[in-house]
Design a binder for this molecule. Structure first.
Ligand SMILES: *Cc1c(COP(=O)(O)O)cnc(C)c1O
Length: 368
Protein backbone atom coordinates (compact mmCIF):
# COMPACT_ATOMS: atom_id res chain seq x y z
CA UNK A 1 0.00 0.00 0.00
CA UNK A 2 1.34 3.44 -0.97
CA UNK A 3 0.06 5.72 1.78
CA UNK A 4 -0.22 9.35 0.69
CA UNK A 5 -3.06 10.29 3.06
CA UNK A 6 -0.95 12.68 5.08
CA UNK A 7 2.61 13.61 5.99
CA UNK A 8 1.53 12.71 9.55
CA UNK A 9 1.81 9.08 8.37
CA UNK A 10 5.61 9.43 8.27
CA UNK A 11 7.42 6.78 10.31
CA UNK A 12 10.42 7.48 12.55
CA UNK A 13 13.65 6.12 11.08
CA UNK A 14 16.00 3.76 12.93
CA UNK A 15 18.37 6.63 13.72
CA UNK A 16 15.52 8.70 15.16
CA UNK A 17 14.30 5.76 17.24
CA UNK A 18 17.82 5.31 18.55
CA UNK A 19 18.03 8.98 19.57
CA UNK A 20 14.65 8.65 21.33
CA UNK A 21 15.56 5.46 23.17
CA UNK A 22 18.74 7.04 24.51
CA UNK A 23 17.41 10.51 25.37
CA UNK A 24 18.14 11.82 28.86
CA UNK A 25 14.81 12.55 30.57
CA UNK A 26 13.36 14.23 33.67
CA UNK A 27 9.87 15.36 34.69
CA UNK A 28 8.71 18.10 32.35
CA UNK A 29 5.94 19.31 34.70
CA UNK A 30 8.71 20.05 37.22
CA UNK A 31 10.61 21.72 34.37
CA UNK A 32 13.63 19.46 34.53
CA UNK A 33 13.46 17.25 31.46
CA UNK A 34 16.78 18.09 29.79
CA UNK A 35 15.74 16.94 26.31
CA UNK A 36 12.50 18.95 26.35
CA UNK A 37 14.42 21.98 27.60
CA UNK A 38 17.01 21.56 24.87
CA UNK A 39 14.33 21.28 22.17
CA UNK A 40 12.57 24.38 23.49
CA UNK A 41 15.82 26.36 23.58
CA UNK A 42 16.89 25.28 20.10
CA UNK A 43 13.50 26.01 18.52
CA UNK A 44 13.36 29.43 20.20
CA UNK A 45 16.80 30.22 18.71
CA UNK A 46 15.87 28.76 15.33
CA UNK A 47 12.79 31.00 15.14
CA UNK A 48 14.45 34.03 16.72
CA UNK A 49 12.13 34.10 19.74
CA UNK A 50 12.94 34.46 23.46
CA UNK A 51 11.35 31.22 24.59
CA UNK A 52 9.38 28.18 23.40
CA UNK A 53 7.21 25.40 24.80
CA UNK A 54 6.85 21.81 23.60
CA UNK A 55 3.38 20.20 23.48
CA UNK A 56 1.85 17.00 22.13
CA UNK A 57 0.06 18.41 19.07
CA UNK A 58 -0.20 21.41 16.81
CA UNK A 59 -3.82 21.69 17.83
CA UNK A 60 -2.67 22.18 21.39
CA UNK A 61 0.04 24.75 20.54
CA UNK A 62 -2.43 26.73 18.40
CA UNK A 63 -5.23 26.58 20.94
CA UNK A 64 -3.02 27.39 23.92
CA UNK A 65 -1.77 30.37 21.91
CA UNK A 66 -5.34 31.53 21.21
CA UNK A 67 -6.25 31.05 24.89
CA UNK A 68 -3.18 32.94 26.09
CA UNK A 69 -3.71 35.84 23.65
CA UNK A 70 -7.38 36.42 24.52
CA UNK A 71 -10.16 36.66 27.08
CA UNK A 72 -13.54 35.00 26.65
CA UNK A 73 -15.75 37.14 24.43
CA UNK A 74 -12.89 38.52 22.35
CA UNK A 75 -12.99 38.23 18.56
CA UNK A 76 -10.26 36.31 16.73
CA UNK A 77 -9.76 36.67 12.98
CA UNK A 78 -9.03 33.65 10.83
CA UNK A 79 -9.17 32.78 7.16
CA UNK A 80 -12.45 31.01 6.38
CA UNK A 81 -10.54 27.75 5.72
CA UNK A 82 -8.08 27.99 8.59
CA UNK A 83 -7.03 24.76 10.30
CA UNK A 84 -7.48 26.42 13.72
CA UNK A 85 -11.10 27.18 12.81
CA UNK A 86 -12.21 24.14 10.78
CA UNK A 87 -10.03 21.22 11.86
CA UNK A 88 -9.41 21.66 15.58
CA UNK A 89 -12.66 20.33 17.06
CA UNK A 90 -14.29 23.68 17.77
CA UNK A 91 -11.56 24.44 20.30
CA UNK A 92 -11.57 28.25 19.93
CA UNK A 93 -15.21 28.25 21.09
CA UNK A 94 -14.85 25.41 23.62
CA UNK A 95 -11.63 26.41 25.37
CA UNK A 96 -11.19 30.12 24.75
CA UNK A 97 -14.81 31.27 24.33
CA UNK A 98 -13.79 33.49 21.45
CA UNK A 99 -15.86 34.74 18.54
CA UNK A 100 -14.44 33.82 15.12
CA UNK A 101 -14.42 36.54 12.49
CA UNK A 102 -13.73 35.04 9.09
CA UNK A 103 -11.61 36.45 6.30
CA UNK A 104 -12.35 35.65 2.62
CA UNK A 105 -8.98 34.10 1.78
CA UNK A 106 -8.23 32.51 -1.58
CA UNK A 107 -6.25 29.36 -0.78
CA UNK A 108 -5.76 30.93 2.65
CA UNK A 109 -4.35 34.24 1.45
CA UNK A 110 -6.27 37.47 2.06
CA UNK A 111 -5.44 41.17 1.75
CA UNK A 112 -5.01 44.16 4.07
CA UNK A 113 -8.35 45.46 2.71
CA UNK A 114 -10.07 42.18 3.66
CA UNK A 115 -8.72 42.64 7.17
CA UNK A 116 -9.82 46.29 7.34
CA UNK A 117 -13.30 45.31 6.13
CA UNK A 118 -13.59 42.60 8.80
CA UNK A 119 -12.51 45.01 11.52
CA UNK A 120 -14.86 47.83 10.48
CA UNK A 121 -14.33 51.56 10.77
CA UNK A 122 -14.33 52.97 14.29
CA UNK A 123 -15.93 56.38 14.89
CA UNK A 124 -16.54 58.40 18.03
CA UNK A 125 -20.31 58.43 17.37
CA UNK A 126 -20.35 54.66 17.67
CA UNK A 127 -20.00 53.10 21.15
CA UNK A 128 -16.81 51.04 21.36
CA UNK A 129 -18.42 48.63 23.82
CA UNK A 130 -20.92 46.92 21.49
CA UNK A 131 -18.65 44.86 19.25
CA UNK A 132 -16.54 41.93 20.48
CA UNK A 133 -13.03 43.36 20.85
CA UNK A 134 -10.83 41.99 18.08
CA UNK A 135 -7.60 40.86 19.72
CA UNK A 136 -5.84 38.38 17.50
CA UNK A 137 -5.19 37.51 13.87
CA UNK A 138 -4.14 33.94 13.03
CA UNK A 139 -2.37 33.23 9.73
CA UNK A 140 -1.53 29.79 8.31
CA UNK A 141 1.64 29.32 6.20
CA UNK A 142 1.72 27.07 4.28
CA UNK A 143 -2.05 26.71 4.06
CA UNK A 144 -3.36 23.16 4.39
CA UNK A 145 -6.86 23.43 2.89
CA UNK A 146 -5.37 25.86 0.38
CA UNK A 147 -3.25 23.01 -1.01
CA UNK A 148 0.07 23.91 0.60
CA UNK A 149 -0.14 27.52 -0.60
CA UNK A 150 2.77 29.75 0.43
CA UNK A 151 1.95 33.29 1.55
CA UNK A 152 3.89 35.73 -0.69
CA UNK A 153 6.21 37.65 1.66
CA UNK A 154 5.15 41.13 0.51
CA UNK A 155 1.49 40.31 1.06
CA UNK A 156 2.24 38.78 4.43
CA UNK A 157 4.15 41.88 5.53
CA UNK A 158 1.34 44.17 4.38
CA UNK A 159 -1.34 42.16 6.21
CA UNK A 160 0.75 41.99 9.40
CA UNK A 161 1.43 45.72 9.25
CA UNK A 162 -2.31 46.43 8.96
CA UNK A 163 -2.99 44.07 11.86
CA UNK A 164 -0.42 45.91 14.00
CA UNK A 165 -1.92 49.29 13.10
CA UNK A 166 -5.30 47.97 14.23
CA UNK A 167 -3.84 46.76 17.53
CA UNK A 168 -4.07 43.01 16.90
CA UNK A 169 -1.73 40.37 18.23
CA UNK A 170 -0.43 37.98 15.57
CA UNK A 171 -0.17 34.18 15.69
CA UNK A 172 1.33 32.05 12.92
CA UNK A 173 0.07 28.49 12.49
CA UNK A 174 3.31 27.29 10.97
CA UNK A 175 2.59 23.56 11.07
CA UNK A 176 4.27 23.51 7.66
CA UNK A 177 6.31 26.72 7.88
CA UNK A 178 9.31 24.56 6.98
CA UNK A 179 7.81 24.05 3.54
CA UNK A 180 7.27 27.76 2.93
CA UNK A 181 10.94 28.34 3.73
CA UNK A 182 12.13 25.49 1.52
CA UNK A 183 9.99 26.79 -1.37
CA UNK A 184 11.04 30.45 -1.09
CA UNK A 185 14.50 30.32 0.49
CA UNK A 186 13.26 32.77 3.15
CA UNK A 187 14.33 31.44 6.58
CA UNK A 188 11.67 30.43 9.10
CA UNK A 189 12.96 33.13 11.47
CA UNK A 190 12.24 35.83 8.89
CA UNK A 191 8.60 34.76 8.74
CA UNK A 192 8.54 34.42 12.54
CA UNK A 193 9.72 37.97 13.13
CA UNK A 194 6.37 39.28 11.84
CA UNK A 195 4.45 37.38 14.54
CA UNK A 196 4.15 37.44 18.33
CA UNK A 197 3.79 33.66 18.45
CA UNK A 198 4.59 30.82 16.08
CA UNK A 199 3.52 27.16 16.20
CA UNK A 200 5.55 24.57 14.27
CA UNK A 201 4.93 20.83 13.93
CA UNK A 202 7.44 17.99 14.05
CA UNK A 203 4.97 15.17 13.49
CA UNK A 204 4.40 15.74 9.77
CA UNK A 205 7.01 15.77 7.02
CA UNK A 206 9.73 16.34 9.63
CA UNK A 207 9.18 12.70 10.51
CA UNK A 208 8.97 12.80 14.32
CA UNK A 209 6.24 10.66 15.90
CA UNK A 210 4.80 13.35 18.18
CA UNK A 211 4.85 17.01 18.96
CA UNK A 212 4.72 20.70 18.18
CA UNK A 213 6.44 23.75 19.61
CA UNK A 214 5.00 27.21 20.34
CA UNK A 215 7.52 30.06 20.38
CA UNK A 216 7.15 33.66 21.57
CA UNK A 217 8.29 36.18 24.17
CA UNK A 218 9.43 34.98 27.59
CA UNK A 219 6.32 36.41 29.31
CA UNK A 220 3.96 34.93 26.75
CA UNK A 221 5.47 31.46 26.99
CA UNK A 222 5.29 31.61 30.80
CA UNK A 223 1.57 32.31 30.45
CA UNK A 224 1.25 29.53 27.84
CA UNK A 225 2.79 27.03 30.31
CA UNK A 226 -0.16 27.59 32.63
CA UNK A 227 -2.70 26.86 29.88
CA UNK A 228 -0.78 23.83 28.59
CA UNK A 229 -1.21 22.34 32.06
CA UNK A 230 -4.86 23.42 32.26
CA UNK A 231 -5.62 21.80 28.88
CA UNK A 232 -4.20 18.52 30.24
CA UNK A 233 -0.95 18.85 28.35
CA UNK A 234 1.49 18.49 31.26
CA UNK A 235 3.60 15.44 30.48
CA UNK A 236 6.39 13.79 32.43
CA UNK A 237 9.36 11.99 30.79
CA UNK A 238 8.51 13.76 27.55
CA UNK A 239 12.18 13.87 26.56
CA UNK A 240 11.59 10.48 24.91
CA UNK A 241 9.36 12.10 22.29
CA UNK A 242 11.10 15.48 22.30
CA UNK A 243 14.24 13.62 21.21
CA UNK A 244 12.44 12.67 17.99
CA UNK A 245 11.63 16.33 17.31
CA UNK A 246 15.19 17.37 18.13
CA UNK A 247 16.53 14.70 15.79
CA UNK A 248 14.17 15.99 13.07
CA UNK A 249 15.33 19.57 13.59
CA UNK A 250 18.96 18.51 13.16
CA UNK A 251 18.55 15.96 10.37
CA UNK A 252 15.27 16.07 8.47
CA UNK A 253 14.70 19.66 7.50
CA UNK A 254 17.32 19.43 4.76
CA UNK A 255 15.45 16.73 2.86
CA UNK A 256 12.06 18.46 2.51
CA UNK A 257 12.81 19.68 -1.04
CA UNK A 258 12.60 16.03 -2.08
CA UNK A 259 8.95 15.93 -0.93
CA UNK A 260 8.24 19.07 -2.96
CA UNK A 261 9.81 17.43 -5.99
CA UNK A 262 7.70 14.30 -5.45
CA UNK A 263 4.53 16.38 -5.11
CA UNK A 264 5.31 18.15 -8.40
CA UNK A 265 6.07 14.83 -10.07
CA UNK A 266 2.74 13.42 -8.92
CA UNK A 267 0.87 16.54 -10.06
CA UNK A 268 2.56 16.56 -13.47
CA UNK A 269 1.86 12.86 -13.88
CA UNK A 270 -1.88 13.14 -13.34
CA UNK A 271 -2.87 16.68 -14.40
CA UNK A 272 -3.63 15.73 -18.00
CA UNK A 273 -5.61 12.57 -17.13
CA UNK A 274 -9.29 12.43 -18.14
CA UNK A 275 -11.66 13.22 -15.27
CA UNK A 276 -9.04 15.03 -13.21
CA UNK A 277 -8.77 18.80 -12.73
CA UNK A 278 -5.42 19.94 -11.44
CA UNK A 279 -3.43 23.07 -12.16
CA UNK A 280 0.20 22.01 -11.60
CA UNK A 281 1.09 25.61 -10.72
CA UNK A 282 -1.01 25.31 -7.53
CA UNK A 283 1.39 22.66 -6.20
CA UNK A 284 3.95 24.88 -4.49
CA UNK A 285 5.09 22.61 -1.65
CA UNK A 286 4.33 19.05 -0.49
CA UNK A 287 0.50 18.99 -0.75
CA UNK A 288 -1.29 17.86 -3.92
CA UNK A 289 -5.00 18.64 -4.13
CA UNK A 290 -7.02 17.85 -7.22
CA UNK A 291 -10.65 17.56 -8.26
CA UNK A 292 -12.33 14.49 -9.74
CA UNK A 293 -14.87 15.30 -12.42
CA UNK A 294 -15.92 11.79 -13.52
CA UNK A 295 -17.34 10.41 -10.24
CA UNK A 296 -17.68 11.39 -6.58
CA UNK A 297 -14.28 11.74 -4.88
CA UNK A 298 -15.30 9.19 -2.24
CA UNK A 299 -15.79 6.55 -4.95
CA UNK A 300 -12.57 7.53 -6.70
CA UNK A 301 -10.48 7.10 -3.53
CA UNK A 302 -12.17 3.73 -2.83
CA UNK A 303 -11.06 2.51 -6.26
CA UNK A 304 -7.52 3.77 -5.76
CA UNK A 305 -7.44 2.00 -2.41
CA UNK A 306 -8.44 -1.32 -4.01
CA UNK A 307 -5.37 -0.97 -6.25
CA UNK A 308 -2.95 -0.12 -3.48
CA UNK A 309 -3.03 3.68 -3.24
CA UNK A 310 -4.28 5.31 -0.06
CA UNK A 311 -5.34 9.00 -0.38
CA UNK A 312 -7.93 11.20 1.31
CA UNK A 313 -11.21 12.46 -0.14
CA UNK A 314 -11.77 16.12 0.68
CA UNK A 315 -15.23 17.53 0.05
CA UNK A 316 -17.50 16.34 -2.77
CA UNK A 317 -14.94 16.32 -5.57
CA UNK A 318 -11.59 16.90 -3.89
CA UNK A 319 -8.70 14.49 -3.26
CA UNK A 320 -5.54 15.12 -1.25
CA UNK A 321 -2.19 13.35 -1.49
CA UNK A 322 1.01 14.22 0.40
CA UNK A 323 4.46 12.63 -0.01
CA UNK A 324 6.88 12.44 2.95
CA UNK A 325 10.19 10.89 3.95
CA UNK A 326 9.21 7.22 3.64
CA UNK A 327 7.89 7.77 0.10
CA UNK A 328 10.33 7.13 -2.75
CA UNK A 329 10.20 8.35 -6.33
CA UNK A 330 9.21 4.82 -7.40
CA UNK A 331 6.14 5.07 -5.09
CA UNK A 332 5.17 8.31 -6.82
CA UNK A 333 5.52 6.72 -10.25
CA UNK A 334 3.38 3.79 -9.10
CA UNK A 335 0.80 6.19 -7.65
CA UNK A 336 0.61 8.01 -11.00
CA UNK A 337 0.05 4.68 -12.76
CA UNK A 338 -2.72 3.66 -10.33
CA UNK A 339 -4.50 7.00 -10.65
CA UNK A 340 -4.12 6.74 -14.42
CA UNK A 341 -5.65 3.27 -14.52
CA UNK A 342 -8.74 4.33 -12.54
CA UNK A 343 -9.12 7.61 -14.42
CA UNK A 344 -8.88 6.09 -17.92
CA UNK A 345 -11.32 3.26 -17.14
CA UNK A 346 -13.99 5.75 -16.26
CA UNK A 347 -13.20 8.38 -18.84
CA UNK A 348 -16.30 9.22 -20.80
CA UNK A 349 -18.40 6.66 -18.91
CA UNK A 350 -19.99 9.00 -16.43
CA UNK A 351 -19.51 12.37 -18.10
CA UNK A 352 -18.84 15.29 -15.86
CA UNK A 353 -19.78 14.85 -12.24
CA UNK A 354 -20.86 18.43 -11.70
CA UNK A 355 -20.69 19.85 -8.21
CA UNK A 356 -22.36 23.24 -7.92
CA UNK A 357 -20.13 25.65 -6.06
CA UNK A 358 -17.20 23.24 -5.99
CA UNK A 359 -13.95 24.74 -4.83
CA UNK A 360 -11.42 25.60 -7.51
CA UNK A 361 -8.58 23.13 -8.03
CA UNK A 362 -6.04 23.44 -5.28
CA UNK A 363 -8.52 24.59 -2.68
CA UNK A 364 -10.60 22.16 -0.68
CA UNK A 365 -14.19 22.99 0.16
CA UNK A 366 -14.18 20.82 3.29
CA UNK A 367 -12.37 17.86 4.80
CA UNK A 368 -8.72 17.37 5.58
C1 LIG B 1 -1.65 19.35 11.11
C2 LIG B 1 -1.89 20.78 11.32
C3 LIG B 1 -1.98 21.32 12.61
C4 LIG B 1 -1.85 20.53 13.88
O1 LIG B 1 -2.29 19.27 13.85
P1 LIG B 1 -2.11 18.17 15.00
O2 LIG B 1 -2.57 16.96 14.34
O3 LIG B 1 -2.95 18.62 16.14
O4 LIG B 1 -0.65 18.15 15.38
C5 LIG B 1 -2.17 22.69 12.71
N1 LIG B 1 -2.25 23.46 11.64
C6 LIG B 1 -2.16 22.99 10.38
C7 LIG B 1 -2.22 23.92 9.23
C8 LIG B 1 -1.98 21.63 10.18
O5 LIG B 1 -1.90 21.16 8.93
Amino acid sequence: MIDLRSDTCSQPTEAMRHAMANAPVGDDVYGDDPTVKRLEREVAEFLGKEDAIYMVTGTMTNQVAIRAHTEHGDAVLFDQNAHVYILEGGAPAAFSGVLPRLLPGVRGVFSPDDLQAALGVPHRFFPSTVAAPAKLLCIENTHNLGGGKVWPMERLKAVCQTARQRGLALHLDGARLWHASVATGIPESEYATLFDTVSICFSKAMGAPVGSVLAGSRDFITRARRFKQQFGGGFRQAGIIAAGALYALHNNRGRLAEDHYHAKLLAEGISALPGIALDVATVETNIVRFSVTSMPATEFVDRLYERGLYVLPSGADGVRAIPYLNIAESDIRNAVAIIGSVASEHAGAAGRFGTPGAAPAGQSSAGY
